[in-house]
Design a protein around this ligand. Structure first.
Ligand code: PLP
Ligand code: COI
Length: 341
């Protein structure tokens, strides 16, 4: 199979149309078999549930070319389970988890020519998503849904690759207690757009959201969880019911303990204690681990000792081990890699 003629090393995090996408429809209480299609467009009724009341959920994952030339995805079963949770919270039918993984495999395979080569620094981003497709005017769930999987080759999420980021402590809240912060619903991202545009205009890369109830605890950013490293090399990450349970973060906590022999703890983290940490990073599928150099809280700067030029040493080890596992350089725990064959 010949790869597409793409300048892989200079890709940013943008949409590049690929050849095939997967589509399945839910109607009369059941999902159809689903199929691959070449048509990237969707025609919807003007009153579709997704257009009127934002009834949509999604996932994000990547396909990698390993050092020995296989194509793999990373823990797709966890994306399947999280999408099922998201669907239940928005009163949508669950797309069966085994079918979800099958759809990912089919779509990546059909777009093999777009999976960036090993060592290029790029990956194939995979975006499963689902939305209410029939007309709805009273506030209620749709009866018909579409589940789709699109793929697009991507480079680093943040411009500048692994250069440490500057984060603003936001005055906006991302999620309410008992709200939808723990699921991957489009609505969480729509309401974050004003905050991110504002942060960018002020020269920041991202927002740190605090817990809405007390505004004293660290939650997450618009698209990634936080990890911190204490001065005695312990990895800590915020525990909260209103943040997205990041698969990258869960994997990193395992890597910290089982591969690097570090202590790792998920606990409530107060904004007040952030100044005492030695390192900070953002973790997620798109972000991988992006180091944070500085957090600004209403003019008060918190600068991490590793500075604005490079990752801190523990963050670097976590990054090298995680990406080593994803690219097949380091043996993966049982069940973490799904080989596309
Ligand atoms: N938090 C938010 C709000 C996200 O959008 C994402 C991205 O999916 C993450 C965290 C990271 O999650 P994951 O590591 O599963 O990609
Ligand atoms: C991901 O990391 O997959 C996400 O969905 C985050 C998004 C901000 C691109």
């Amino acid at each position: 199979m010949e790869k597409k003629n793409i300048d892989w090393s200079n890709l940013g995090f943008g949409y590049v149309q690929t050849d095939k996408r997967f589509v399945a429809n839910f109607k009369d209480g059941a999902w159809d078999e689903g199929t691959l299609t070449e048509d990237p467009n969707i025609v919807l009724n003007e009153c579709a549930g997704v257009l009127q009341y934002a009834q949509t959920v999604f996932e994000g994952m990547k396909a990698y070319t390993t050092e020995d030339g296989r194509i793999v995805t990373f823990r797709p079963d966890l994306n399947a389970a999280r999408m099922a949770d998201s669907a239940r919270r928005l009163e949508m039918p669950v797309y069966p988890e085994d079918k979800f993984v099958e759809a990912i495999v089919k779509t990546v395979k059909a777009n093999e020519a777009y999976v960036p080569p090993y060592g290029s620094g790029a990956t194939l981003y995979v975006r499963p998503y689902m939305f209410g497709s029939n007309s709805v005017i009273g506030v209620k769930p749709a009866d018909e849904y579409q589940f789709r999987v699109l793929t697009t080759p991507v480079g680093p999420y943040f411009k500048g690759g692994v250069k440490p980021l500057t984060i603003k402590v936001s005055d906006f809240d991302r999620a309410a207690p008992h709200g939808t912060g723990h699921i991957k619903a489009g609505l969480n991202y729509a309401m974050s757009l004003h905050a991110i545009v504002t942060a960018h205009q002020e020269g920041y890369d991202e927002n740190m959201y605090l817990d809405a109830a007390t505004r004293t605890k660290v939650e997450e950013t618009g698209g990634a969880n936080f990890i911190f490293v204490t001065k005695d090399n312990k990895v800590v990450t915020p525990k909260s019911n209103s943040i997205l349970p990041s698969i990258t973060r869960r994997s990193l906590m395992y890597v910290a303990k089982e591969y690097l022999g570090l202590e790792a703890e998920e606990r409530e983290i107060y904004l007040d204690e952030v100044k005492d940490f030695a390192e900070c990073g953002l973790c997620g599928t798109a972000a991988v681990i992006s180091p944070v150099g500085k957090i600004v809280d209403h003019g008060k700067e918190i600068c991490f000792p590793s500075g604005m030029e490079k990752m801190g040493p523990v963050t670097q080890k976590l990054y090298d081990t995680l990406t080593g596992i994803q690219m097949g350089r380091i043996e993966a725990p049982e069940g973490w890699l799904k080989v596309i064959e």
